[in-house]
Design a protein around this ligand. Sequence first.
Ligand code: DAH
Length: 339
Amino acid sequence: MEESIIQIKEKAKEEIAKVEDLKQLDEIRVKYLGKKGELTAVLKGIGSLAPEERPIIGELVNKVRDELDELIKQNVNILSKKILIEKMKKEKIDVTIPSKKQEIGTLHPINKIIKEVEEIFLGMGYCIADGPEVEKAIYNFDKLNTPIGHPARDLQDTFYINEDIVLRSQTSPVQVRVMEEQKPPIKIICPGKVYRSDSVDATHSPVFHQIEGLVIDKDVSMADLKGTLEMFAKKCLGEKTRIRFRPHHFPFTEPSAEADVSCFVCGGKGCKVCKGEGWIELLGCGMVHPNVLRGCKINPDEYSGFAFGFGVERIAMAKYGIDDMRLLYENDVRFLKQF
Ligand code: DAH
């Protein structure tokens, strides 16, 4: 009996020595020390022994039990440490490996132009105003001296949400909103999106960007408008830029004009960018119509002002030599990265 107990012990020790993971170790514990384990079986059989043998065998079994138990515990510790060390080795971070390159984006050319224009006008003492893109027809048209029946209100040109609400077709309604809220002197620009029922081609898009400008004060004249726009053109397009005015019509200004700038690529000689003209059409402008002032409760005998509005895409395209507007909206990073 004693011999077989010793054999069990040696066998268990041998197995423990070979163990490679905690699961195997636990299996061994169950196999020898568990409820149905080999040593436990010996203890259970103790009743069939002679009474004088029982305490001797009992003591031996308990000793072996304790010994094996201790051995298993020691091995649990050793194994756990080994596993931890291996895990740490595997998960080791080499801080000297170069990191993945982070791609840094750039401002979209449209936003770049808007920022540049904002800087120029902020420098001239203007504030930046904002207005809704979903706008009341009254603000987009009526209050801008464009009554029902005017061709600009045509269903084919403007997106109507319903009879009274439109997607603004110009940033000019912001003029009215500002004049209704603020007392003169007023000096604002307003960049934003506008919507027209145009199909997409190289020079048209149903959504594009405009920047509106408005100045209202005492004794504001056409000369102020011209000086302001000339200053702006030089800062935005280069010091050599010249500006010229052509008579035009807008319902909300009187007189109205369109302003052209000398081609900043050829200087006015005529090239591909200006299509041989020497001039590039820049914007619409004029002196704010007395009807518009009156509608905003500003007395036209006391105050006068000028306004202007231009397309941002047009400037971006001219400035960067982009010949197809669609490139601006396709979000191809190879294109956008160039600016
Ligand atoms: N809103 C005009 C357009 O979209 C541009 C414009 C012309 C704005 C004359 C003005 C202005 O403020 O005075 O074509």
